[in-house]
Design a protein around this ligand. Structure first.
Ligand code: 5GP
Length: 190
């Protein structure tokens, strides 16, 4: 039987820079493979359509019935889900919201969950607005940030402040370096 992959999960309020960090992490560490999620939300004007597998609700619901997701959740009216990763050489990096991270932990208590936080609420707001989202959308995301933070803090292995992408990337890499070998089964050959 093949060993389950080591799973690292980035969580944190929308706009905190998880996506940028996730891309920087896989670029810096070839052992990490970034999972691409499915979503029913529309493509944003600032996106090129490769950020997710953008699908309609019926397609997503069929995939749920087929048990195709490692985890999935509804977030602000849209569905998001992580396809089950193939067992392989790589460690798996997920960039998801907190209900999904809870499901991952329920299946795999060895997953490392990193809560990414903004240096301040003002910075979070600035980043959300800079992303081109409408006012109503920004307000909705900001109002749910404290709840996401509280839930995130309850399950996070570590908390990292995204004050600077390079610095935060280095911090996360060193956390993974510290926790990865200890959590690997000793029988698994590297
Ligand atoms: P956005 O619409 O801003 O791209 O994403 C909204 C939230 O959904 C973000 O917190 C993002 O991390 C999360 N998300 C993205 N993909 C997944 C997924 O596969 N599962 C879950 N549970 N959340 C996801």
């Amino acid at each position: 039987m093949s060993a389950e992959p080591f799973i690292a999960v980035l969580i944190g309020p929308g706009g905190v820079g998880k996506g940028t960090l996730a891309r920087a992490l896989v670029e810096a560490d070839p052992r990490l493979w970034l999972s691409k999620s499915w979503t029913t939300r529309p493509v944003r004007a600032t996106e090129d359509g490769t950020e997710y597998y953008f699908v309609d609700r019926a397609t997503f619901e069929r995939a749920i019935e087929d048990d195709s997701f490692l985890e999935w959740a509804e977030f602000h009216g849209n569905l998001y889900g992580t396809p089950r990763p193939q067992a392989g050489e790589h460690d798996v990096l997920l960039e998801i919201e907190v209900q999904g991270a809870e499901q991952v932990l329920a299946h795999d208590a060895t997953a490392v969950v990193i809560l990414v936080v903004a240096p301040s609420m003002e910075q979070l707001e600035e980043r959300l607005r800079g992303r081109g989202d409408g006012d109503e959308h920004v307000e909705k995301r900001l109002s749910s940030a404290p709840h996401e933070l509280a839930k995130g803090q309850a399950i996070a292995t570590r908390v990292v402040v995204n004050d600077d992408v390079e610095r935060a990337t280095r911090e996360i890499l060193s956390i993974l370096e510290e926790l990865r070998p200890a959590r690997r089964s000793p029988s698994k050959k590297d």
